[in-house]
Design a binder for this molecule. Structure first.
Ligand code: NI
Length: 166
């Protein structure tokens, strides 16, 4: 099991680098990501959350959307074709104890590689589109609490500071 970094750990603000080798080390790491995500009852986990600055994340929303009945692995993802807007209440394994509505694109296309280095593309909507945007933010060192209004952010930070002190 991998340790999940928690806010305000400064390592969560770092930018990740593209994966270069689609080898057994990558496969082992992806499997550990899945184990860690399930153990934490998360639906998504990005590599920098477990202190590995690789541009990859895993998502499993099979309990929320039957179209995706297995774990999804996105390596070196690139998002495009954002359309529409949706307000979704988000939470994050790296920011325990808080959730907040965040404005996201309602539909996106993601181009990425699978674990074997094959290029893939997927048009996502609903929860999957939101989850992909949330996880992709981690790869650039951003947390969802940065995407709420300044007033809400101050309230959230105060709540987080209290939580962390306990
Ligand atoms: Ni997160």
């Amino acid at each position: 099991m991998l340790e999940i970094l928690k806010y305000p750990d400064p390592r969560l603000a770092e930018k990740s680098e593209n994966v270069e080798a689609f080898d057994s080390e990558l496969h082992r790491f992806l499997d550990e990501m899945a184990t860690t995500m399930y153990a934490a009852n998360g639906i998504g986990l990005a590599a920098p959350q477990v202190n590995r600055l690789w541009r990859l994340f895993v998502i499993d929303i099979r309990n929320q959307d039957e179209r995706y009945n297995r774990i999804l692995e996105f390596i070196n993802p690139v998002l495009s074709n954002g359309r529409g807007h949706v307000d979704f209440e988000e939470a994050c394994l790296s920011v325990p104890g808080v959730s907040e509505f965040v404005k996201r694109k309602a539909e996106i296309r993601v181009e990425y590689f699978d674990r074997f280095g094959n290029p893939q593309s997927l048009d996502a909507d609903g929860l999957l589109a939101v989850a992909i945007q949330h996880e992709n933010d981690h790869l650039d060192g951003h947390l969802f609490i940065e995407r709420v209004s300044p007033l809400k952010r101050r309230l959230l930070k105060r709540k987080l500071e209290k939580t962390l002190l306990l």
